[in-house]
Design a protein around this ligand. Structure first.
Ligand SMILES: *Cc1c(COP(=O)(O)O)cnc(C)c1O
Length: 393
């Protein structure tokens, strides 16, 4: 049986682990070694010159890291994958591999805060022009892409207001313009959405979030065509943003339960979004699974589930929002998302910590917004916890 044709839950458990592991281990060992030693120079040379399989140095490749790359490759159904020390390393290495002075990148105004900094600060410094289109305006995105660009960079659902981009439409425009399309699939996870099946050239992930799922490891991944991934791998092996073996081990351990966790988180987030929509103390609820979401039909077409993250505005001012957040018992007030434990916070300390208050206002992110990432707890307990905290507003 080929894993390529298996369902995601099977791939999560077995992907990359079919080949015999060292000493017959049933689980992937942590190969905690920087260099790999050879009995003689000729066998070392064979590996160095790619005449034989093997590892030379862990900045390039490492057996534990290889398994992580193969598992995410299978889950995203791409030709090749590589990995990074963090999601931002994946994103920056990918963009810096392809962007040249004079190039144009088209993206959306709601991309992740760190990515947004690359677009507004670091890429322009290198002479790369970046046009950010209002998220969700498909016509404006098509028009910006049609003006010509080297890269189309997309993210959906977005952070923290869960806006949706029509991937198939944007990717079709990118192809017509001869641009490389890159999709950040961190929020959706490969369980809910596979951009490569919708035509994307490359998919990036912060593995720190749902993939690892336990808030104990950082990492990033890139999946896509073999030729494009090879170029990014080359940039990364030289610039050194590689994933460590121990981090890869923790991510692999987490990924075994990815499908189970995400199924539960999808369910809880939808139930929570419905509950909050009917609550008199909640102004707005942003969740693509709600029929009232402006792009619910697009989300329903391109996603199998709507994800574990929602956001909503609480209170008339930031003080009231803080009272709500401080009263939560079953949520870490912490950055990050996608963990087994529920996490909650305002955008000024989470997704858009890198942005100033003015920049957040420009992006239409209210200061009273709460980003709530559902963990795997029982929905009833989370609902009661949120209800008690809303009483304090
Ligand atoms: C967290 C996050 C990143 C950055 O990942 P790190 O692992 O923190 O570097 C990128 N994109 C999205 C959507 C994220 O949520």
């Amino acid at each position: 049986m080929s894993l390529e044709t298996c369902k995601p839950g099977t791939i999560a458990a077995w992907g990359g682990e079919e080949t015999p592991l060292a000493f017959g281990a049933a689980q992937v060992p942590i190969v905690q070694s920087a260099p790999f030693a050879y009995p003689d120079i000729d066998s070392w040379l064979d590996v160095a010159l790619l005449r034989a399989d093997g590892h030379i140095y862990s900045r390039n490749t490492n057996p534990t890291v290889d398994v992580f790359e193969e598992k995410i490759r299978l889950l995203e159904q791409g030709e090749a994958a590589t990995s990074f020390a963090s999601g931002m390393a994946a994103i920056s290495n990918t963009l810096f591999t392809f962007a040249r002075p004079g190039d144009r990148i088209v993206s959306i105004s709601d991309s992740y805060g760190g990515t947004s900094k690359l677009f507004l600060e670091f890429l322009p410094q290198m002479g790369v022009e970046v046009e950010l289109v209002e998220t969700g305006d498909g016509d404006a995105l098509d028009a910006a892409i049609a003006r010509g660009c080297r890269i189309v960079y997309l993210e959906t659902p977005t952070n923290p207001t869960l806006k949706i981009i029509d991937l198939e439409r944007a990717i079709t425009s990118a192809k017509r313009a001869g641009a490389i399309s890159i999709v950040d699939n961190t929020f959706a996870t490969p369980i809910n959405q596979n951009p490569i099946l919708l035509g994307a050239d490359l998919v990036v992930h912060s593995a720190t979030k749902f993939l690892g799922g336990h808030d104990d490891a950082m990492g990033g991944a890139l999946v896509g065509s073999a030729e494009l991934v090879r170029q990014v791998y080359h940039y990364r092996e030289i610039t050194g943003g590689n994933l460590g073996a121990f981090q890869a081990y923790l991510l692999l351990r987490g990924m075994k339960t990815l499908e189970l966790r995400v199924a539960r988180q999808n369910e809880t987030a939808l139930a929570m979004a419905r509950y909050l929509s009917a609550h008199p103390k909640v102004e707005q609820v942003f969740y693509p699974g709600l029929e009232s979401h402006v792009a619910h039909d697009i989300a329903a077409r391109q996603m199998r589930g709507f994800g574990g993250v929602l956001s909503f505005s609480v209170g008339d001012d930031f003080d009231a929002t803080k009272r709500f957040l401080n009263a939560l018992k079953l949520a870490h007030r912490a950055a990050s998302l996608g963990s087994v434990n529920t996490l909650a916070g305002p955008p000024c300390t989470t997704s858009h910590v890198e942005c100033s208050a003015e920049e957040r206002a420009q992006l239409g992110i209210p200061e009273t917004l709460v980003r709530y990432s559902c963990g795997i707890e029982a929905f009833e307990d989370l609902r009661d916890d949120v209800a008690a905290a809303l009483d304090r507003v």
